[in-house]
Design a protein around this ligand. Sequence first.
Ligand code: ADP
Ligand code: MG
Length: 232
Amino acid sequence: MNFEEVLDQARSEGRDLLNEVEAKQLLADAGVPVVATILASTAEEAIKTADELGYPVVLKIVSPDISHKSDVGGVKVGLVDSNAVSAAFDEIVANAKKAVPDARITGVAVQSMAPEGTEVIVGMTTDPQFGPVIMFGLGGILVELLKDVTFRVVPLEERDARQMVDEIKGRALLDGIRGQPPLDKAALHNAILKVAAFVEKHPQVRELDLNPMLVYPEGAVAVDARIVVDAA
Ligand code: ADP
Ligand code: MG
């Protein structure tokens, strides 16, 4: 589905939150690296998809009524075979229903498990005065603890992306501390610029979060994605 089709689908269901599968598909089309992610409606479908993607996989609840998936036991990582996938599918749906009894369950997202990396956040919010603003920062608990984030108003130039990555307090983590190899800042520049171009092209996008994106000595990939659009 292209952007308009995803938007129409969401609006016809009265949603302004795109689900993770929709968000990742649009971002992948826009050139942002994301893990392969496919929606499954049954445990059998989830196993078939996992077999195709290759193990290990991650399963997550997809529901318009649940935005913090791990808070409700809606994320299972490191699933190594079909038995684990089947059990995780049932557990995730049961956990979601227990935590949010009226939750509408769209299905379960089956996705490739990315290797361990350093977590960063790339995001966008709409400022009432300046319009779309891009955010970059370190992910995980660090972002909440240290508020180590930086912002730029759209449109962005390559120089902005480079400055953003270099001006966070935790930049040493990216440059490689204590014998760690430096991480791929060029991959982060690329992701930041692709997200900026995507939101510039689609003014209906109100909020966007890649939380987290994992960065490596070579490459970076978003494992979670959230997009909020204007209500019709
Ligand atoms: P939440 O809705 O709680 O933010 P996430 O999709 O971010 O759920 O998943 C929670 C955590 O699980 C992530 O912060 C990340 O550490 C890990 N995770 C999620 N998806 C993947 C994946 N595909 N590969 C590797 N780790 C993942
Ligand atoms: Mg997340």
